[in-house]
Ligand binder design. Structure first.
Ligand SMILES: [Zn+2]
Ligand SMILES: [Zn+2]
Length: 387
């Protein structure tokens, strides 16, 4: 592929959401210049995450429209800004893209960028923090939300912030299945490995067997956890969870209260909650053992308050912890997870399904129907940049 004009206004194709609730439409956009702390990435694949759909519908507190979303990119570096700090980021290098962070606050400096207080603004605003400029524009010059999670990877070419770029030593063929590591998979696996830290005898439950839940299950299995309880409402997903290593399942459609269901199988000590369903969260807290721990990953709906019994909570030493991006530091976590995959202990290839980017509507439909765990969009059918 040829990128002739590096300086400004490169044309490329991207999925654009015109306004809140509009569909993803593949169209030409203009990219702004690649600045000193940025990298031009040619996308090969981009995972489709639930947060993209939430943002598409304008349900995030920050960020305008039109918008180029996508935050599980995987591709190849085409150009590197002059002062990019990571010297292993070179032209031609395969990379995974992850979330952005300020790299200045105490959380970022201590290697916990998921806890960065500027995280929401940096990842959702879609303009450069330095001067509010737009890394992406429509052909008529209207500024679009770009660098969503530092990347806006629903684009054949993207101007990505250096903090979002992680080099990875994998073959181009395996890159597709790696793309969701940058958000969904690291969120699930990181919550287990970095936050809950179960031992082999811990009774661990996963609420919601989507991509995050399945990655959490695989991570727990990699630690040798012997009781992994999958909780979902779709029988197909529970069956799939069993094939991944779940030892017990609870179908929330079959029980009135999951507390009784947990009691019947010996209780639960760790829960990773990915559904955001208030009723499930409340019942899960109740079901936890005396010193149990629940990690909240799914965002509860603001209009559905969580009904917590304070006495049940106070008379125990239960812990409830909110987790962002699995408390991961992508430059460290992603290579670790890739290694785990290569050793056969984190078989994420069972979770992903590749769709041509032009079939995004099908991917969204399958995700909604629960017939696919993680749709991954391929950019390989989209032609070279036009100048
Ligand atoms: Zn920070
Ligand atoms: Zn995500």
């Amino acid at each position: 592929m040829t990128v002739q004009n590096h300086s400004q206004n490169m044309r490329t194709q991207a999925l654009v959401v015109e306004k809140a609730g509009s569909p993803f439409v593949l169209q030409e956009i203009l990219l702004d210049e690649v600045r000193n702390d940025e990298v031009l990435v040619e996308m090969k694949y981009s995972g489709l995450c639930h947060t993209d759909i939430v943002a598409q519908h304008g349900l995030m507190p920050v960020g305008g429209f039109p918008a180029v979303l996508g935050h599980e990119g995987a591709g190849v570096i085409r150009m590197v800004g002059k002062s990019v700090k990571n010297k292993s980021l070179e032209k031609g290098k395969l990379v995974l893209l992850s979330f952005n962070s300020c790299q200045k606050c105490s959380s970022c400096v201590s290697g916990l960028p998921g806890n960065c207080p500027s995280s929401t603004e940096i990842n959702f605003a879609g303009t450069r923090k330095s001067d509010g400029s737009h890394p992406a524009k429509l052909l008529d010059g209207t500024g679009a939300r770009g660098q969503f999670f530092g990347q806006s990877s629903f684009s054949k070419l993207a101007v990505v912030h250096e903090n979002s770029v992680v080099p990875c030593d994998v073959s181009e063929e395996s890159l597709a299945m790696m793309a969701p590591l940058g958000c969904g998979y690291q969120t699930g696996a990181g919550t287990v490995l970095n936050v809950l830290k179960p031992t082999p005898t811990t009774r661990l439950a996963v609420f919601g067997m989507g991509a995050v839940g399945c990655a959490a299950l695989l991570a727990a299995k990699s630690l040798g956890v012997t009781h992994i309880i999958a909780v979902d409402i779709l029988p197909g997903k529970l069956e799939f969870a069993r094939s991944l290593g779940a030892t017990e399942t609870i179908n929330t459609g079959d029980v009135d209260d999951i507390c009784a269901a947990f009691a019947a199988i010996g209780g639960v000590e760790h829960i990773i909650e990915t559904t955001g369903i208030s009723k499930l969260i409340a019942q899960g807290i109740k079901a936890l053992s005396h010193a149990g721990k629940m990690a909240l990953v799914g965002v509860p709906r603001p209009d559905m308050p969580i009904d917590i019994d304070p006495l049940n909570f106070l008379m125990s030493t239960k812990t409830l912890v909110g987790v962002i991006e699995g408390q991961c530091n992508p430059p460290e976590t992603l290579p670790q997870l890739i290694q785990l995959y290569q050793q056969g202990h984190f078989p994420i290839d069972k979770l992903g399904k590749v769709y041509d980017v032009q079939n995004i509507e099908q991917a969204l439909e399958d995700l909604k129907a629960g017939t696919v765990i993680k749709p991954i969009l391929s950019w390989n059918s989209i032609s070279d940049t036009q100048q």
